[in-house]
Design a binder for this molecule. Structure first.
Ligand SMILES: [Zn+2]
Ligand SMILES: [Zn+2]
Length: 365
């Protein structure tokens, strides 16, 4: 019997365990077996490892993956965008499947909040066959209904994983809050989501983009991606950063502030950076990182629009692949990926992400 290795999260905050699972004996109609080429480590994986979201254990992590089709189930002949699919094709896929039938899929269209939403690398107990529903593995099994995308030949695997779910998340978030031609934008955070928001805001016509973040190697990438001003959060106080934003925006504050950090105290700081009538997006809090004290008077007095955004839809994955194909030279996401880790060192890769030692870690099984 053929098997696949996988790095499994068995207990929160414990090292990942390398386990072997049998490959499915039969590929169901509409499903696919995929050989993993490169699996990204997302900041969310770190939150999951800490137990900040309710997920089943044991689980194979990994929701930003590129692979090649090993075997297709009956009837799966085209990808989500209508391109023909065959064995050997290089693909990626949207990490979650919506049911298409619930209140949020049908009545109030908020498909990312589908009541039956299940995401690869997050919501599947890997002790249940066919086991292989996460990217940190030799193989992954894609269920019928997965939004699969064939990757254009000229687009490197590293660019797709380097952009990862950060780019799709940012496209969704910025669609909700809006970045308009001529806007002054502040981005709180220079991790993958912050950098992806920077790329999307830049491409949307922002006039000036100010990035708060660190460490310095990440701010250098932000510069490379076109940030006008980078402010190291370890070298500045909240008051100094606010003074700098006011100075850079004619004393008014930013039109839009995008929160891409996931640490609660940055939210009250960010609200203070908006101009009157400005907009604030809380994007970085996918995990539940706890509470913070804030003064709602700021939101009323400044007449702020405050929005949240969770995950993304298949159409954002399609848009992300097109965006990457179009703007690779301007936004070289592949440069975010350091030397990939082999699967047996998956836990080190996760720790590298947790400690911010790399811009973006990945596993090449
Ligand atoms: Zn993610
Ligand atoms: Zn649904």
């Amino acid at each position: 019997m053929q098997t696949s290795r996988a790095a499994v999260l068995t207990n929160y905050e414990a090292p990942l365990e390398l386990r072997e699972f049998p490959l499915p004996p039969f590929i169901e109609p509409g499903a696919a077996l995929v050989k993993v080429k490169l699996a990204g480590i997302c900041g969310t994986d770190v939150h999951l490892w800490h137990g900040q979201l309710p997920i089943p254990l044991p689980v194979i992590l990994g929701h930003e993956t590129v692979g090649t089709i090993a075997e297709l189930g009956d009837g799966l002949t085209k990808d989500w965008a209508g391109n023909s699919l065959s064995a050997g094709d290089r693909i990626t896929w949207s990490s979650s499947i919506n049911c298409g039938e619930c209140y949020y899929c049908r009545v109030k269209p908020e498909p990312t909040r589908c009541l039956k939403r299940k995401a690869y690398g997050i919501s599947y107990d890997c002790s249940v066959a066919p086991h292989l529903f996460g990217g940190y593995a030799d193989y992954i099994y894609l269920r019928a209904g997965t939004a699969i995308f064939k990757i254009p030949e000229q687009l490197p695997t590293e660019a797709v994983v380097g952009a990862g779910c950060a780019l799709t998340t940012s496209l969704h978030g910025i669609e909700r809050i809006g970045v308009r031609m001529g806007d002054n934008v502040v981005i709180q955070g220079s991790g993958p989501v912050g950098l992806a928001c920077l790329a999307v805001a830049k491409a949307s016509g922002a006039a000036q983009i100010i990035v708060f973040g660190g460490p310095p190697h990440r701010l250098q990438i932000a510069k490379r991606f076109g940030a006008d001003v980078c402010i190291d959060v370890d070298e500045t106080s909240v008051d100094e950063r606010k003074a700098r934003v006011l100075e850079l925006t004619g004393g008014f504050g930013a039109d839009v502030v995008l929160e891409c950090v996931g640490i609660p105290p940055v939210v009250p700081e960010g609200l203070e950076l908006c101009r009157d009538g400005g907009r604030y997006l809380v994007l970085g809090h996918y995990g539940n990182a706890g509470t913070v004290e804030l003064n709602p008077h700021v939101i009323t007095r400044k007449q702020l629009m405050v929005a949240g955004s969770w995950g993304f839809e298949p159409r954002h994955t399609k848009a992300a692949l097109e965006f990457l194909s179009r703007s690779r030279e301007q936004f070289p996401f592949e440069q975010l990926i350091a030397q990939p880790f082999p699967l047996e060192r998956a836990f080190e890769a996760l720790q590298a992400t947790a400690s911010w030692t790399t811009a973006k870690s990945a596993i090449a099984p």
